[in-house]
Design a protein around this ligand. Structure first.
Ligand code: SF4
Length: 511
């Protein structure tokens, strides 16, 4: 793998020079060759780190000790930088500081490629990267901070000694953590107030005639603004080069997979095949289905039909929770024939696609239930559709009404809507889980509708709700005669999943 497009421009900087400081501003793209395996491992691990950052940002104050400790622990576990060490002595185990810096550099640029594709992806990526950058900048020693500013030409204007003297009292009274003694000893930066809105909002700085006077220790705010602006522009530029990247058949599926990535269990492996009876689905949908599946189930029951997006999302989810092929055929047939589709039409137009979903037609591949990222980020529902994620795709007022119907308390609804407003859709869903299952803090980080179901079953009695179907004769199950298809290796999986999903989509199109 080669990051070669701007190679000529940057050949003057050697890798050693580039990684001589613990913090990068990600100005230069990586120039070396790396293997596809490394490409994917680095990207997935950074994604895990960014997801942790998102979760922590909602649960803790971003500069609090707890936040820093947890982020430090996760960074350490994933072999990312977590302490700005000054030297590069070979540790007893694990990668050196240089190796961690290299991984940080490369993984950032890979995720740029994956997360520049849509406005939603860009916004999410920038937010998490900014939080990561804040944590790392704050962890630098003062000398390293200055060094970082100089290396990156971040030379903000400081005020003169005379101006400092003239404003002495105002600076002391208005600046957070500045005393009369320290004013003389430190630099104050004069920047347009719109570049330091956080500081203005929290009344931490002196504001005069459209400018704020920022003491040196608060400089992180303007560095972050700069970082955010540059990253936003860089993502827009990267998006323009996407057609070239997409023409690379090795990269395109990897990047698509990463942008919809969910880094957890593979729910295509069915552990409970046949352990759910069709009669249980209504009750399970109220107790253990996440909102996305609950709403799609309700609409299927009401309209006796679901359009393509709904059938894909819900069909794979049901398969993931344990419906066998025979049950799935029976389920869809019995519901559709209550509407405008007769049995004959169902068998001709829909049965094939259900069998296909179970790997019994076409390429005979097993299909993976959709992760939250996939539901949230791809194929947004339009008029008449019922799929999607209600936390992402429903109007807030409509979501509020739904939550009221589902008996979520008014204070719970406020908390959920706050999370939705901050675009933390999975965390909003997790809050919904906590409120509807009466648990104070969920012990998992939600990534997948099938994970929601399993966790719900655990809380509601260790899966006791799922019983073997006894009232209907069990037909032999095609799946049960074979071992379930093992989770493929991640690298191979990406391409397969992209191809499979595309192929399956075409089978599910409405005639
Ligand atoms: S966050 Fe995930 S599980 Fe929850 S409603 Fe949205 S897609 Fe479904």
């Amino acid at each position: 793998m080669q990051f070669s497009s701007r190679r000529k421009k940057f050949t003057t900087n050697s890798q050693t020079e580039l990684y001589s400081h613990p913090l990068l501003f990600y100005v230069q793209p990586p120039l070396e060759n790396i293997s596809l395996m490394e490409f994917e491992t680095f990207a997935v691990e950074r994604l895990k780190l960014l997801k942790t950052i998102e979760n922590l940002g909602v649960s803790y104050v971003k500069v609090s000790d707890q936040y820093i400790k947890k982020l430090e622990a996760e960074s350490k576990a994933l072999n990312f930088l977590y302490r700005p060490e000054a030297d590069d002595r070979k540790p007893q185990s694990g990668p050196t500081e240089q190796e961690k810096r290299r991984k940080d550099h490369i993984s950032h640029f890979i995720l740029r490629l994956a997360y520049c594709q849509t406005e939603d992806l860009r916004r999410w990526f920038i937010q998490q990267e900014v939080d990561l950058f804040r944590y790392r900048f704050n962890a630098l020693y003062p000398k390293q901070k200055l060094e970082f500013l100089h290396r990156n030409n971040l030379q903000y204007d400081t005020i003169s000694v005379e101006e400092k003297k003239a404003l002495h009292d105002k600076l002391v009274n208005s600046s957070y953590a500045v005393s009369g003694i320290t004013v003389e000893d430190q630099d104050f930066y004069k920047v347009p107030f719109q570049d330091a809105l956080d500081l203005v909002r929290s009344r931490k700085v002196y504001l005069k005639a459209g400018y704020v006077y920022i003491p040196h220790q608060e400089i992180v705010t303007i560095v972050l603004n700069d970082f955010r602006t540059r990253l936003s522009k860089a993502l827009a530029l990267t998006a323009r080069s996407l057609p070239a990247v997409h023409s690379d058949e090795r990269l395109q599926p990897l990047l698509n997979h990463l942008s919809h990535a969910y880094v957890g269990q593979d729910y295509s492996i069915q552990k409970n095949v046949g352990k759910i009876s069709l009669e249980q689905i209504d009750s399970l949908s109220g107790k253990s289905f996440p909102l996305c599946m609950r709403q799609v189930h309700q609409s299927l029951r009401e309209n006796h039909h679901l359009r393509h997006g709904g059938r894909m999302q819900y069909g794979l989810f049901l398969k993931g929770i344990g419906l066998s092929l025979e049950q799935a055929l029976q389920f869809w047939r019995s519901e559709f024939i209550k509407g405008k589709v007769d049995a004959d039409k169902f068998d001709k137009a829909y049965a094939y696609s259900v069998r296909h979903m179970f790997g019994k037609e076409g390429k005979r591949t097993d299909y993976t239930p959709y992760s939250c990222m996939k539901v949230i980020l791809s194929n947004a529902p339009s008029q008449g559709d019922h799929h999607g994620c209600p936390f992402r795709h429903s109007d807030p007022e409509l979501l509020k009404q739904k939550l009221q119907v589902y008996k979520v308390s008014p204070s719970g609804i406020i908390q959920i809507l706050e999370l939705v407003k901050g675009m933390h859709y999975q965390l909003a869903c997790q809050k919904y889980f906590e409120l509807t299952h009466n648990v104070e803090e969920a012990s998992f980080s939600l990534n997948h509708p099938n994970q929601y179901f399993i966790e719900s079953q655990k809380v509601l009695g260790g899966g006791r709700d799922i019983k073997r179907e006894t009232d209907a004769p069990q037909k032999p199950q095609e799946n049960s005669t074979k071992a379930p298809i093992a989770a493929p290796e991640a690298a191979a999986n990406t391409q397969d999943v992209a191809e499979m999903t595309e192929e399956l989509d075409s089978f599910f199109q409405d005639a």
